[in-house]
Design a protein around this ligand. Structure first.
Ligand SMILES: [Zn+2]
Length: 212
């Protein structure tokens, strides 16, 4: 989404006033990723984050969420825990083509809570989202251990395959960001040398398990 600057005014009506229509883009939406709210009118920064949040919401509320007729502009979810449970949600992409708002919520379950937990199926994205902070602290953790940790923490059953793929995604994010900071370090070195040509800057590189 581009920014548009409009110059208004002429010699006859005073100084030119620049007008920017970019203000809605600057709204910052924050929410609790572990306990997201799904009240009517709640806003999320993107469809991806809304989808993650709705899945977390379902896990917290102990029901299994299904989707129907969802596309890039609209997410339609329902409760899969029983065939005729009325719980429904719709998240709609807003005019800024970025933020998502909860536009429909039928916040009522007829399904039986005790039968809910076992059917919950976290997605790869959900795993990846949770795994980033875990892997940042223990980058060598195996998928099996990660599966056990997530299952205990969130009281869910996750397929090994889903954990494995989610872990790969999370690692890409952890190391991706890390490589960026590595690049910054070299830029900083070049900058120091440019400013004070006599100085010596050594960047020590340690290699562990093939990773620098
Ligand atoms: Zn239900």
């Amino acid at each position: 989404m581009g920014r548009r600057m409009v110059e208004q005014g002429s010699d006859n009506d005073g100084p030119a006033i620049p007008v920017s229509d970019a203000i809605p883009n600057e709204v910052v939406i924050t929410y609790d990723k572990d306990h997201p709210k799904m009240d009517l009118g709640t806003m999320y920064p993107s469809m991806k984050e809304f989808r993650l949040a709705v899945r977390q919401f379902a896990i917290n509320e102990e029901f299994d969420i299904g989707t129907e007729k969802s596309d890039k502009k609209r997410f339609r979810g329902f409760c899969k825990s029983s065939e005729d449970c009325p719980w429904r949600i719709v998240g709609s992409l807003q005019d800024d083509k970025c933020t998502v708002k909860v536009t429909v919520l039928v916040d009522q379950h007829d399904c039986v809570s005790s039968s809910r937990v076992k059917t919950i199926t976290p997605s790869q994205d959900w795993v990846s989202n949770k795994a980033v902070s875990i892997l940042r602290n223990s980058p060598n953790m195996g998928a099996k251990e990660l599966q056990k940790k997530l299952q205990e923490q969130h009281k869910v059953t996750i397929l090994y395959d889903t954990v494995w793929r989610g872990k790969e995604k999370a690692l890409a994010e952890v190391y991706g960001k890390w490589e960026e900071s590595f690049e910054m370090l070299y830029k900083w070195k070049a900058e120091v040398l440019k400013r004070s040509p006599g100085s010596v800057v050594e960047i020590e590189v340690l290699e562990i398990d093939g990773h620098i």
